[in-house]
Design a protein around this ligand. Structure first.
Ligand SMILES: NC(=O)c1ccc[n+]([C@@H]2O[C@H](COP(=O)([O-])OP(=O)(O)OC[C@H]3O[C@@H](n4cnc5c(N)ncnc54)[C@H](O)[C@@H]3O)[C@@H](O)[C@H]2O)c1
Ligand SMILES: [Zn+2]
Ligand SMILES: [Zn+2]
Length: 478
């Protein structure tokens, strides 16, 4: 099959690779009809995400049709139209049980690596770095979804891919970002970044009761989208002093909550932003937190900083004194997609939410490198790109609505089953998922020295020993 494979900064190749197959009982194979490019993919494309291997398949925002399922899967059948969550979650560990799916204890076969970097391991993630499992992604004709009863959402056939694909990531991400703000009636929320995540944060902040949303960016088409589709007031950060403007717009108080939807590749013309750029270039700093600094300085006393923007390592000159003395609350993290997607799907089906306006470009998968460059450079008014694995698939996503009864939409089999996995079963699943984390096994594993960043366990070895040791140490991790 064709897939978008990572080879380094600014180096992606659409290659023929082996098709994925079911390797674990709860796996499903999905034939991809549309896969989006995300701001998070840029961190890998720009070479800032550690733990990538040459040949890794990118992509974590996927919609398509189930074509094959493992024997342990309930509730998902071949023929189902599904959206995949980017966070891979078992549905049964203590974190999953609390709805903290992106912190799943069981889905990262490279947990030991992540523990070195973060102290503890987050969930495994689709099409992301080996720090989060090195799972083959979905910018491809087919993708394997582990724990598919938790990782796939059945969606109705009568809506377009563009209406449903935001459920894979950016819509729940914007929603979680707004929910983290604990919005009260009358609140003003400021949102840095008018990319897809920022746009969804604007919508969600209003859904959750914000009185005013003020959004900040420098790209005119994105600011226009924030105004016209989101109903936000806007600030152009290159034309206006953001801190002065926010003070003025809030009668000196500052916004009640600040959502930073930019992350570690913020741009800016001020001295701190220029120093960040120089330091990041020589790997003295892993992120450029210019927007985060601004959000902390702008936020009102006692307010909340909510961070959907991604950071992977160390950042400098964060005004901790301001945060401390203003008594700010920080909320952040990878999104618990599965916690939000049922409710958000209902809003989409009812017509209350339609985020399809985000998708400004449809590009054949074969042209992925051009698409990534366009998205990175924000050329041609791009906001979000859908990659189409098959030219014939364009326009084919409309299906009769009777194909899916709405009453099925709330079924999450793993939670409905209610029971916790036994240690034995969990061991089996973790061992197996470690074995099959990346479909591109023995013949595809890169030669020594090919990896970027730290030495990574090869997928051919299956990382089984590490995972087993790790499990033994932790009493199976549950
Ligand atoms: N938490 C999660 O689970 C999660 C999920 C998806 C994406 N993300 C992250 O969210 C961030 C945004 O993603 P996206 O897809 O919207 O990306 P994007 O690249 O399309 O958008 C980023 C926007 O930020 C703007 N920007 C840059 N510097 C700025 C500054 N100083 N002030 C204000 N705006 C600035 C850019 O002009 C751009 O419009 C990324 O870091 C991405 O990795 C996180
Ligand atoms: Zn994404
Ligand atoms: Zn879990």
């Amino acid at each position: 099959m064709k897939a978008v494979c990572w080879y380094g900064a600014d180096d992606l190749r659409v290659e023929q690779v082996p098709e994925p197959r079911v390797v674990n009982p709860r796996d499903a194979i999905v034939r991809v009809s549309s896969a989006a490019i995300c701001g998070s993919d840029l961190h890998m494309f720009d070479g800032y995400a550690p733990g990538m291997g040459k040949g890794d398949i990118l992509g974590h925002e996927v919609i398509g049709e189930v074509v094959q399922v493992g024997e342990g899967l309930t509730g998902i059948r071949p023929g189902d139209r599904v959206v995949a969550a980017f966070a891979i979650a078992c549905g049964r560990c203590a974190y999953c049980q609390q709805g903290l799916f992106s912190l799943c204890d069981n889905s990262n076969p490279n947990a030991a690596l992540a523990e070195q970097a973060f102290g503890h391991s987050p969930a495994g993630m689709l099409g992301y770095t080996h720090l989060t499992g090195g799972y083959a992604g979905g910018q491809a004709e087919y993708v394997r979804i582990p724990y598919a009863d938790v990782g796939l959402l059945k969606v109705p056939g009568n809506l377009r891919d563009e209406q449903l694909l935001p459920l894979a990531d950016v819509l729940p991400t914007g929603y979680q970002a707004a929910e983290q703000c604990n919005i009260q009636p009358g609140d003003t929320v400021a949102v840095w970044g008018c990319g897809p995540v920022g746009q969804m944060a604007i919508k969600s902040a209003y859904l959750l009761g914000a009185e005013r949303v003020i959004s900040i960016d420098r790209l005119p088409e994105r600011l226009a989208m924030a105004r016209e589709q989101g109903g936000a007031e806007t600030i152009h950060f290159e034309q206006t002093d953001v801190l002065d403007a926010l003070k003025e717009m809030t009668a000196g108080r500052g916004p009640d909550a600040c959502i930073e939807a930019v992350g570690m590749e913020a741009t800016g013309g001020t001295l701190d932003a220029l120093i960040d750029r120089a330091k990041q270039a020589v790997r003295m700093e892993t992120g450029r937190p210019h927007a985060l600094r601004q959000a902390i300085m702008a936020c009102r006393k006692g307010g909340t900083i909510s961070l959907p923007g991604v950071y992977v390592g160390m950042i400098d000159m964060v005004p901790m004194g301001a945060a401390f003395n203003k008594g700010l609350t920080f909320r952040m993290g990878q999104t618990n997609v599965q916690k939000y997607w049922h409710g958000l799907l209902e809003r989409i089906v009812s017509g209350e939410l339609d985020a399809s306006y985000l998708f400004t470009h449809h590009i054949p998968l074969d042209n992925a490198l051009d698409a990534y460059r366009m998205f990175r450079d924000k050329r041609e008014g791009v906001v979000k790109i859908i990659l189409k694995p098959r030219a014939a698939a364009v326009g084919s996503e409309q299906r009769p609505s009777h194909e899916l009864a709405m009453e099925n939409l709330r079924s999450t089999p793993s939670q409905a089953e209610g029971e916790r996995a036994t240690v034995e079963e969990d061991l089996r699943q973790r061992g197996l998922s470690a074995e099959g984390a990346q479909m591109r096994t023995a013949e595809m594993s890169p030669p020594e020295g090919d990896m970027e960043g730290p030495e990574l366990p090869s997928q051919a070895e299956g990382d089984r020993d590490t995972v087993d040791d790790d499990l033994a140490e932790k009493g199976a991790g549950i």
